[in-house]
Design a protein around this ligand. Structure first.
Ligand code: SF4
Length: 260
């Protein structure tokens, strides 16, 4: 029996570029942490603290959440390998995103689970078992939330194709043992300090469609090919976002091409 265990975020990397995902999985890609990634981590941490406090019966003020943000910033800032924007600008934007979330989203939330990890078996036959795992930002009764601090995608595209929401709602379906009832899921985008909520609904058909999606990836892994397809046209294909860049496209065009 071959065991496959996929993290949801790795599936996103696979969709952005299969070869980036392969080299991340086998450890040959060199992970680099940029300032946007750390800003996202810090905003998430501040939000998490406010939600956990509410679950424990304590209400955060705006000052409380902003001071959690500043503490987390100090904790993580040294992890940044390179800056996409000047430090002050990155830090201010994270604080603004935290503030917007606090003022416009937090008041109506009733958390029942915060940063909840999950793992479930998606598929199993005589040959292989496929498990999926990940961490959900927020569970409410009847709604799952995800905070996004990066660039927002088109709402229609998210509603139609987003894989993360399929996986997270299926995880909740396993926990509820209800595989018949469609579930709503909200992406809360805080890009550029402006709120945009995109609500999607995931159905039993969406959940079933994950099975061939991951069987295909499992078969690709089992084929032990030396490389997987290269996706030059994705946003990830740059030295700033792909840890495999200098073993791949960067060999031909250099680390930071001057014509970009
Ligand atoms: S450099 Fe581009 S094509 Fe190569 S692995 Fe990275 S994202 Fe994929």
């Amino acid at each position: 029996m071959i065991e496959h265990r996929f993290r949801q975020s790795w599936a996103n990397t696979f969709l952005d570029c299969p070869e980036a995902a392969r080299t991340q999985m086998n450890g040959t890609a060199i992970d680099k942490t940029n300032s946007s990634m750390v800003r996202g981590t810090v905003v998430h941490e501040a939000i998490e603290k406010a939600l956990l406090a509410r679950m424990a019966g304590t209400e955060f003020s705006l000052e409380d959440i902003l001071s959690s943000y500043e503490e987390a910033w100090e904790e993580y800032v040294d992890e940044i390998d390179f800056w996409l924007e000047p430090e002050a600008k990155v830090q201010e934007m994270g604080a603004l995103q935290t503030q917007v979330w606090f003022n416009e989203v937090f008041p109506d939330l009733n958390p029942v689970g915060v940063e909840k990890t999950f793992e479930f078996t998606l598929y199993q036959d005589e040959q292989r078992r496929i498990k999926l795992h990940g961490t959900r930002d927020l569970d409410e009764d009847g709604m799952t939330w995800d905070w996004k601090t990066g660039r927002a995608k088109n709402a229609w595209e998210v509603r139609r194709n987003n894989i993360q929401s399929m996986i997270y709602t299926l995880a909740r379906a396993h926990e509820l043992q209800d595989f018949e009832t469609p579930q709503p899921f909200t992406f809360c985008h805080l890009d550029k300090g402006k709120l945009q909520n995109i609500e999607v609904v995931r159905t039993p058909g969406d959940w079933d469609s994950l099975i061939p999606f991951f069987i295909n990836i499992a078969e690709l892994i089992e084929a032990r090919l030396p490389t997987w397809p290269l996706r030059y046209d994705g946003w990830r294909c740059s030295d700033k976002w792909c840890g495999n860049f200098m073993n791949c496209r960067g060999k031909h065009i250099g680390e930071s091409p001057t014509n970009w």
